[in-house]
Design a protein around this ligand. Structure first.
Ligand code: PNS
Length: 160
């Protein structure tokens, strides 16, 4: 079975992420959306909350699983028998970090391929950090995230 991992912080998941996952699901027999417990970043949402938002958004897909992982992504991918790690590229500015990760992951585990997908041009400028900033400043994020994420962002920033 061809299995791909879509890893990320997903803090929170955006329509940009969902677009990449949707396309990956048409290519691979199984896609695992893997939420990273990233020690260095201070996430707004807990891994459990982030998983909930992703599950809510991807309810209709029967070849997409949602999971979380700690430690190295390549170790997780190996454990899951994944053939590929999928990453979305929005603009040239993404490239440097992404190629560094892809090449390092290849050094760590040569058999897992990193495949880049061009993000939908509608979401070129979109990322989770900007979404949080807009929500915190009481802007409208409804075009960029699911209704559940929009509601939970409002809740988080209600009294801030
Ligand atoms: O959504 P993000 O924050 O861009 O995702 C980055 C992520 C989670 C894919 C990356 O930080 C990662 O793979 N973390 C797991 C730890 C790891 O394997 N680090 C070495 C990468 S070369």
């Amino acid at each position: 079975m061809s299995i791909a991992i879509c890893p990320g912080s997903f803090d929170p998941i955006t329509k940009g992420h969902l677009d990449i996952i949707d396309r990956a699901s048409t290519i691979f027999e199984k896609v695992i959306v893997a939420v990273a417990h990233n020690m260095e970043k201070k996430p707004l949402f807990t891994p459990q909350e982030r998983i909930e938002f992703i599950s809510d958004a991807l309810n209709d897909y029967n070849n997409v699983e949602i999971d979380s992982f700690t430690g190295l992504l390549v170790d997780y991918a190996k454990k899951k028998n994944a053939k590929a790690i999928i990453r979305g590229l929005r603009a040239v500015s993404d490239f440097e970090f992404e190629i560094q990760m892809a090449l390092m992951n290849r050094r760590l585990h040569g058999e897992i391929v990193t495949a880049f997908m061009a993000a939908n041009e509608k979401y070129t400028y979109l990322n989770s950090r900007i979404i949080k900033e807009i929500a915190q400043l009481k802007g409208d994020v409804s075009k960029f995230v699911t209704p559940l994420v929009e509601e939970q962002l409002k809740k988080k920033y209600m009294n801030k």
